[in-house]
Design a protein around this ligand. Structure first.
Ligand SMILES: [Zn+2]
Length: 324
């Protein structure tokens, strides 16, 4: 199914009221409680056509949220791509020049290469470096149950468990094409106390993705004790059991002839080891173990990009509550 087969149920919010902000960085606002506590950064629109994060930040602004401890920074990331969002052609505004979520390493940010996304990443970088905790809000090409991407380290896993939402956690280390914001510097350093989560809230334009995005922000604010109990109590669904998927491989496209053997759904489980799932010129991509889970098979099969991630459930789903 092509992207354009998905209905655009969400409306892109007007973010122009947030352009000025108060941080010196356009489209970034810090709400400072004046009390000690963590600095939480919530980012939306790292991909310009992923509306749910913008809706969640707009919700927090409209709720007139004031943290009761620490600092909360709300940032709209790829505003240039978002400005090009067109519900008639919703796939075209993911980025302007390049994927903003593959640029997050110091060499690239310190380097002299130029693109719309690199310039914006350089402007956002000081805010990212100040943050103790990051929640980066995304959505997916296809309809799929929401996924919390907690990174490869225990600290991300722990925070995802503490949130108790959504039901699926994916432990992974990213893409060959470049480092994600959630893996930048201290977030991916086991010696650092900084922690980051990336949530994939659902299909880019489905209504439910906005609810998931909002709930993820409220839960994290609640978990960090940055909001009063009533703010969260009024807005949360009951906790649910969670399952953790351990990613073992990210399959990267090496040729112009990458083909999946059929259309796969995200979180589809392939029962038998050795099953051929894709070919890439002469290369065969087969599952390496039984009950291999396919995570977000992509339709952007360009050379150098991730085609799919492969993983396995950390514990049998029925026992997921009993183990970490
Ligand atoms: Zn995204």
């Amino acid at each position: 199914m092509a992207d354009f087969d998905h209905r655009v149920e969400l409306r892109a919010p007007d973010i122009s009221p947030y352009r000025l902000g108060n941080t010196g960085v356009p489209y970034a606002t810090t709400l400072d409680s004046g009390r000690a506590g963590p600095h939480l950064l919530i980012t939306a629109l790292v991909h310009g056509n992923e509306l749910c994060g913008a809706i969640a930040l707009d919700f927090l602004f409209r709720a007139d949220l004031q943290p009761v401890r620490g600092k909360l920074t709300l940032a709209f990331a790829n505003v240039a791509a978002y400005a090009q969002f067109d519900p008639q052609r919703p796939t075209t505004s993911r980025f302007v020049d390049e994927d903003m979520n593959r640029l997050w390493n110091a060499d690239l940010l310190d380097g002299d290469r130029h693109s719309v996304e690199l310039e914006r990443a350089r402007v956002l970088r000081p805010l990212v470096e100040q943050a103790d905790v990051l929640l980066d809000i995304h959505s997916m090409q296809d309809r799929c149950t929401p996924l919390m991407l907690c990174g490869a380290l225990d600290k991300g896993r722990r925070l995802a468990r503490e949130l108790g939402f959504p039901a699926h956690i994916v432990a992974d280390s990213g893409h060959d094409a470049g480092q994600r914001l959630r893996d930048y510097a201290g977030f991916a350093d086991p010696r650092s106390r900084k922690t980051a989560l990336l949530i994939e809230c659902g299909q880019h334009w489905e209504r439910a993705s906005a609810r998931v995005a909002i709930e993820s922000t409220v839960r994290l604010l609640h978990q960090l004790q940055m909001v009063g109990p009533q703010f969260a109590a009024d807005r949360l669904s009951p906790d649910r059991s969670q399952m953790l998927i351990e990613v073992t491989d990210a399959v990267t496209v090496n040729s112009d002839r990458f083909r999946f053997t059929r259309t796969y759904r995200s979180l589809e489980v392939i029962p038998r080891a050795g099953t051929l799932i894709a070919t890439d010129a002469g290369r065969e991509i087969r599952t390496q173990y039984d009950n291999c889970v396919l995570i977000m098979p992509s339709r952007r099969l360009a050379r150098g990009q991730t085609a799919v991630r492969l993983g396995h459930y950390h514990t049998p789903p029925a026992m997921a509550d009993a183990a970490d």
